[in-house]
Design a protein around this ligand. Sequence first.
Ligand code: TYD
Length: 141
Amino acid sequence: MSSMKNVHVLPFPIFQDERGCLIALESNKSIPFELKRIYYHFGNIDKKPRGFHAHKQLHQVLICLNGSCKIKVANGMEKDEFILDSPMKGLYIGPMIWREIEYGTNDSVLLALVSDYYDESDYIRDYEKFLANCKKLRDKV
Ligand code: TYD
């Protein structure tokens, strides 16, 4: 588990039998927030990286349903990275975490479970601005 506040791996309970596997995820239980939106990335033939942003308020769980993805995270002080290569785990990313996503295979499918509706004003897409906001928050406490 990462020591970084607001980022951690969620191992999911799995129901497995001769028919395969089933994972069920519920708001405020296996997913540590109330779910309002899902989206997914797929069809990234050239494996171009995505992300390059942080959210002011949003909570997310990322799950790689097929292929693999490397998720690089930063909180303004530390950096960490996680490989998602199985639908049996998710990566929780809370507010004020910069994330960059690299795709291991061009058939990777990355599912995001999200705590709120799409709102561009919740995004910080400039890394220097992100670092400045992190510093402001640190100076407040
Ligand atoms: P973008 O934020 O660039 O994706 P990412 O940062 O995950 O790589 O989003 C690409 C486009 O999709 C952009 O025009 C905004 C739109 N979009 C929505 O309309 N709703 C959503 O929930 C998301 C995540 C993106």
